[in-house]
Design a protein around this ligand. Structure first.
Ligand code: IFM
Length: 458
């Protein structure tokens, strides 16, 4: 996917909405640790994110995800919001440490009952439940034993997945296995921006294979249980070289391989790209692993936020590339460049690289944080977010018109929530949340998305 820099198309009009009529689906997403709060309730165990937030200075604003939206106790409010929004599906995640507090053993029934009630409430509201089985909350005990660096973790995850699928699989018919393995590998184990805050650089890379193996095992469990549709969801970025120099081009190709191909090639080609020239060791593959990992899924989830411009390594740097600003692009509150055309390129790039091996695509996350007050005296007029979402939806329509097969769009996020190392300082929600009182107030973008969904179905 490495190519020339892309230009920003600022037009937020939805002139292509006609291309996204039903059966195209509209969704919104959250994740357990980011919204649930109630860290000590109902027998929940510790995860690597509890360890992270309890490390002084690790979270930018010192927040701990408590209470935040407090969705463990207030899920009925979330369901009411989803109902009025009119989404087809709700992407939420199941907390591993609520179901298996120590990361292994029998299920905590109280936790499964709570998720079961959420599923029933969603179905009652006409919203299809679409859980993610792993959204970054690895049990601390397993991290102590090596976490995703250890092959065994994939099997522990499969045990957990089996408990959830057994409890909910009579009503849940759509499953994401693992969320953004690339973020866990690169930000969690390689550079330590996210939990478990390891700084292993290329020694982090066995976590790629172990997460993909976990996906393959969980997918097999869904299949064996006849529990519906299943796939993985990863983050993709469009990579371009900072200049036409051979050094920058080579660095961009290396980053593209690391961020995009290393994770998707084994799923769709059944083999890892050869990154030996970069000094990256081979993945710890056992007989039969790649066949399992490349078993066809029902969909491929693509999370997209921003493109990446890459230049040659800086002097003395331990990695063979440098990440650079995207020239001329506006940025979100996070500082992420806003380039909707890059999403079109990612979708077309996947199509052209993997051809018929690529299943239908779901955009599993897309959204933007902007500076907004922590307390809301009324509706927040988040026009920048509306422009961001509209332009990216249009980018999907463009991709479909040019041969991609995207079947669903998911906004990150339904709610303002705990943005990992940024704490409560970044707000992505369609709904404002006062993180002290947990009060929810729909923003202008919520009403805009509601109207868009209605119009797309008309
Ligand atoms: O909040 C995260 C989410 O948990 C995973 N994908 C990216 C989002 C924004 O950073």
């Amino acid at each position: 996917m490495a190519s020339d820099p892309l230009t920003l198309d600022p037009a937020p009009s939805l002139r292509r909405l006609t291309l996204l009529r039903p059966p195209f689906r509209w969704s919104a997403a959250t994740a357990a640790f980011q919204i649930e709060g109630a860290r000590s309730a109902d027998g929940r165990g510790r995860s690597i994110w509890d360890d992270f937030v309890d490390t002084p200075g690790a979270v930018k604003d010192g927040s701990t995800a408590e209470p935040g939206p407090d969705s463990w106790r207030r899920s009925a409010e979330d369901v009411a919001l989803l109902d009025r929004l009119g989404v087809d599906r709700y992407r939420f995640s199941v907390s591993w440490t609520r179901v298996q507090p120590g990361g292994r053993g029998g299920a905590n029934r109280a936790a499964l009952d709570t998720y079961s009630r959420l599923v029933d409430e969603l179905l009652g509201a006409g919203v299809t439940p679409f859980p993610t089985l792993y959204h970054w909350d690895l049990p601390s005990e397993l991290e102590t034993e090596g976490g995703w660096l250890q092959r065994e973790t994939a099997f522990r995850f499969a045990d957990f997945a089996a408990l959830v699928i057994e409890a909910l699989g009579d009503r849940v018919r759509h499953w994401y296995t693992i969320n953004e393995p690339v973020s866990t590998t690169l930000q969690g184990y390689a550079i330590g921006e996210l939990a478990p805050a390891r700084q292993l650089l290329f020694d982090a890379l066995p976590t790629v294979h172990h997460q993909l193996l976990a996906h393959g095992l969980a997918q097999q469990i869904v299949r064996d249980a006849d529990a519906g549709q299943v796939g993985i969801v990863n983050n993709h970025t469009h990579v371009s070289a900072a200049t036409a120099s051979p050094e920058d081009q080579a660095a961009a190709a290396a980053y593209d391989a690391l961020h995009n191909h290393l994770f998707a090639d084994p799923l769709f080609f059944g083999e890892y790209p050869d990154l030996g020239a970069l000094g990256i060791p081979e993945q710890p593959v056992h007989d039969g692993d790649l066949a399992l990992i490349s078993e066809p899924s029902d969909f491929y989830g693509v999370n997209f936020y921003n493109p990446t411009v890459v230049g040659a390594a800086l002097p003395e740097a331990p990695i063979p590339f440098s990440l650079q600003p995207v020239p001329g692009a506006d940025v979100t509150g996070f500082g992420w460049p806003i380039v909707p055309a890059a999403l079109t390129e990612v979708l077309l790039g996947l199509r052209s690289r993997y051809g018929d091996a690529l299943p239908p695509v779901i955009v599993g996350e897309n959204g933007a944080s902007f500076s907004e007050p922590s307390r809301s005296a009324g509706r927040i007029e988040d026009t920048e977010r509306i422009a961001y979402l509209a332009a990216h939806i249009e980018a999907i329509a463009d991709a479909n018109e040019r041969g991609a097969d995207v079947r669903e769009y998911t906004v990150w996020s339904l709610l303002d929530n705990f943005e990992w190392a940024e704490g409560f300082s970044q707000r992505f929600g369609l709904v404002h949340v006062d993180h002290e009182t947990s009060q929810r107030t729909p923003k202008a973008s919520y009403e805009w998305y509601r109207a868009l969904i209605e119009e797309a179905r008309a």
